[in-house]
Design a binder for this molecule. Structure first.
Ligand code: CP3
Length: 373
């Protein structure tokens, strides 16, 4: 269903942006950089506008979403905005009893433990996503030629919250389910893929130029479990937008696929239908690139553009230490057909925002030379 909330004008210009060019393996005018969780508690202006407003409540207020999404772009001059929302927003919009507890994370009223629980999950009505489209459209109207990245949670990471009912470290619940009750797992992961796919699609329809699928907790899986029980569901989520030529970007919106601790199966994440892969701090970008080249997919793709992987722990290090680290990340990323500088995971809330601004300045000051990127 098309929702003509925006003309193609802005869309056409994001194709020349450093982010989109790097994600397509083209030479960018400058090396693109943005930060996962760039909108959030590291910014005093964020804390101010969120005062007295619950997290999920704020995600359903388009004017507030626009403001929060734009805050880090204004402050840091990052090369992309990431839509301010949360991976559990589509659950909420479907009518699932979920909240985000401050300092904890997503908590469900009724965890999904059986095939019956999974079968009883409500459909996400397309019209419920209008609030998302409205917020995206308001945001891109102000971004001009700077791209907005839409996102969604990957089925495993969503299911990890849904089975456990709350954040956990080992994710025994979903891992047990995929082996012990594969039908329940398929029903739950299939449902999660649908709502995440719908959520992605709504954002791209309303003007996002790229999308990122967050599989933050996939690192608790073996490569074999990922391939057998997870990859197809992530592929299904991405397939909701894989055919989208616009309005964000003619020729298709680049799709980023991110996980932490997934160094052993980056190629499986690529093969879920991603144009680019996110890498955490556990391996260098050069090593990630080497592994991808060594394991081409059925479609023949080996190396793809990479995103990462400045260690968030080093944001609090003395500047010379952080600067050397960022320069090392940039040098390592030159091996890949494209590089988007980002953190290895989200911005820690206690981060000094001036350090992030300085990292952006540093990345932009390193010439994006042909070949050397
Ligand atoms: O700036 C951005 O990156 C865009 C906004 C964004 C949020 N959540 C806002 C948010 C994005 C992309 C997410 C994705 C998300 N949410 C993920 C995947 C990315 C990752 O970090 O691994 C996950 C696992 C979640 C689930 C979730 N939501 C957690 C673990 C938490 C933290 C709970 C806490 O208080 O520590 C949230 C809440 C949340 N989502 C906050 C923000 C800014 C913090 C809550 C607040 O500011 O009140």
């Amino acid at each position: 269903a098309g929702h003509p909330l925006r003309t193609g004008d802005t869309a056409r210009s994001t194709a020349a942006s450093p982010l989109i060019r790097a994600l397509r393996g083209q030479q960018p005018s400058r090396r693109p950089v943005w930060f996962m969780r760039q909108a959030g508690r590291s910014l005093p202006e964020y804390k101010k506008v969120r005062e007295g407003v619950g997290m999920l409540e704020s995600c359903l207020m388009p004017e507030l979403v626009r403001e929060i999404t734009l805050q880090p772009v204004r402050r840091h001059d990052v090369d992309a905005a990431i839509f301010f929302s949360d991976i559990v927003v589509p659950l909420k919009l479907a009518g699932v009893d979920v909240e985000i507890q401050p300092g904890v994370g997503p908590v469900l009223g009724a965890p999904v433990r059986t095939a019956r629980d999974a079968a009883a999950l409500p459909d996400l009505e397309d019209s419920a996503l209008d609030v998302i489209r409205e917020a995206v459209a308001a945001t891109v109207a102000e971004l001009g030629d700077r791209p907005l990245i839409g996102f969604a949670g990957a089925p495993f990471t969503l299911a990890a919250y849904m089975v456990e009912g709350r954040p956990s470290r080992d994710h025994f619940g979903p891992r047990r389910m995929m082996h012990g009750d594969p039908q329940a797992w398929a029903a739950l992961a299939g449902w999660a893929a649908r709502v995440s796919g719908q959520f992605l699609r709504a954002q791209l329809e309303a003007g996002a130029s790229a999308a990122q699928l967050f599989d933050s907790w996939a690192g608790s899986l073996s490569a074999d479990d990922y391939l057998e029980h997870v990859q197809a569901h992530s592929a299904a989520a991405l397939a909701h937008v894989g055919d989208m030529a616009g309005p964000g970007v003619p020729g298709g919106a680049p799709l980023l696929h991110f996980g932490t601790g997934t160094g052993d199966f980056l190629h499986h994440m690529r093969d879920a239908g991603a144009s680019a892969v996110g890498v955490d701090h556990r391996l260098t970008l050069a090593e990630a690139d080497r592994r991808l080249r060594a394991n081409p997919g059925a479609d023949g793709r080996g190396a793809v553009p990479l995103q990462g992987n400045v260690d968030p722990a080093l944001l609090a290090a003395p500047w010379p230490v952080l600067e050397a680290h960022v320069r090392g990340v940039v040098a390592s990323g030159a091996a890949a057909p494209g590089h988007v500088v980002n953190l290895a995971h989200g911005v820690p809330p206690e981060t000094d925002p001036d350090v992030l601004t300085r990292v952006v300045e540093l990345v932009h000051s390193i010439p994006a030379t042909p070949g050397g990127r």
